[in-house]
Design a protein around this ligand. Structure first.
Ligand SMILES: Cc1cc2nc3c(=O)[nH]c(=O)nc-3n(C[C@H](O)[C@H](O)[C@H](O)COP(=O)(O)O)c2cc1C
Length: 200
């Protein structure tokens, strides 16, 4: 939902800038029937949830199997409001290792039960206000970076600095029961209310 929203909204924003039609497609990283390939006219958005402060191992594996071809890429994680730990850093580096040029990174909070009550939402909801700010800033950056047709004149972006540390550790697969229990614990702990953050 988060990744699709970012991709759809960006396509809308970049339409005003491009002479050609801007469209977007969504793919499940775990869908092995899809063969993904990218060229320089693409902008990629990669999103994963945060499990125990990390990105899920199947997502990390799937990203390692992709060839980024230096395309402009935004990475994003959704998390339960406790802490996104090393996940955003891990996702950025995972994408860069596979050849994606990461130009923006965001961690967006999902309001879970405890927070929903307080904020009077009816269903789990992502921090849309932060997402919209990120999309606006990211689309301006994409426009700036793609300003020139001449490769040598293209602006080189400064590296994105998502907080985190090396080494990026391995994550084990969680059983469904363990995942559900962890989710409940996270929802209880999410009373701490950390904030969505993004970096460009
Ligand atoms: C196994 C598991 C571990 C989680 N670990 C964290 C965590 O470390 N920090 C956090 O803030 N939220 C944590 N959460 C909450 C999820 O990050 C959040 O609900 C996420 O948006 C779920 O996305 P999904 O519905 O696509 O799985 C965890 C949830 C599960 C199921």
């Amino acid at each position: 939902m988060m990744t699709e929203k970012i991709a759809r909204d960006l396509a809308g924003k970049l339409c005003d800038f491009s002479h050609e039609k801007v469209s977007f497609d969504c793919f499940d990283l775990e869908d092995k029937t899809v063969k993904l390939g990218f060229d320089e006219s693409d902008v990629v958005v990669i999103g994963t949830p945060v499990y125990m402060g990390k990105i899920p191992l199947p997502a990390a594996k799937a990203i390692h199997g992709l060839k980024g071809n230096d395309v402009m890429t935004l990475v994003s994680v959704s998390y339960g409001g406790r802490s996104y730990g090393n996940a955003l850093f891990e996702l950025q580096h995972c994408a860069e290792d596979s050849g994606f040029k990461v130009i923006g990174a965001g961690a967006f909070m999902v309001f879970c039960k405890a927070l929903l009550k307080e904020r009077k939402f009816k269903a789990p909801a992502i921090d849309v206000a932060a997402l919209i700010d990120f999309e606006e800033a990211a689309s301006s950056k994409i426009k700036r970076l793609s300003g020139s047709e001449v490769k040598a004149l293209k602006i080189k972006p400064a590296p994105v600095e998502a907080p985190g540390h090396m080494p990026i550790h391995r994550v084990s697969r969680y059983s469904t029961v363990a995942a559900a229990t962890a989710q409940r614990v996270c929802e209880m702990l999410s009373m701490r209310k950390s904030r969505s953050e993004w970096f460009l």
